[in-house]
Design a protein around this ligand. Sequence first.
Ligand code: PEP
Length: 249
Amino acid sequence: MRDYYIAGNWKMHLTRREAADLAGALVKGLKGGKHRYLVAPGFTLLETVAPIVKGSGIRLGAQNAAAEEQGAHTGEVSVLQLKDLGVETVILGHSERRHTYLEDDGLINRKVKLALKHGFEVILCVGELLEERQAGRAETVCESQTVKGLEGVNAADLDRVVIAYEPVWAIGTGKTATPEDANAMHGWIRRVIGKLYGSAPAEGIIIQYGGSVKPENAAQLMAGEHIDGALVGGASLKAETFLPIARFG
Ligand code: PEP
């Protein structure tokens, strides 16, 4: 039986004061909660949020990390620096990284391997563009991103990998995949993991759905057999909208 895992991606929002207030409200609101939880504040907020969520059961995540450990990489943030702040999880391959900042599968794969080497949990995001779905290519795109993102990752490390299926056309748009379509894609990704690692890892891996998850649609999405939680963007910025999602069920 897989745990439900609800993650909030705060993207490039909030000041330290706002982040502290939100983190405090989440700690209070999720006390005794029955699922797994994570918040991923922007880099400048991590040091503020870390002591607030520490010991609460809410994991601290980062939204990206460099593919190198350290060195001359202006503007990048290293896994070593993230570890120093108490970060346990890194979101990699988010569609905004892929499509706005042109990160390709090779770069994302290097980041995944480096983060795993340093003991992080990785949330690897995959998802198709609208034109890819319309052209009937959604499955092959997600398969390719999954296979390439995990190239060279051994079965022992797969325990620390979560996949987030995030159809790009549903992110921040208010459009959501139907629960049936989302569940079908999750099942497809699980079969891809099965081909790579075998049936037990495929059964065990957590696959989150992301794309305009809201309090009104969360339970319906999560009822899908293969949907094990959510990666939430916009609705994670307010306790009033994140808590009902995180407390579903
Ligand atoms: C995301 O950023 O990962 C996301 C799913 O955003 P939203 O919930 O706003 O669509």
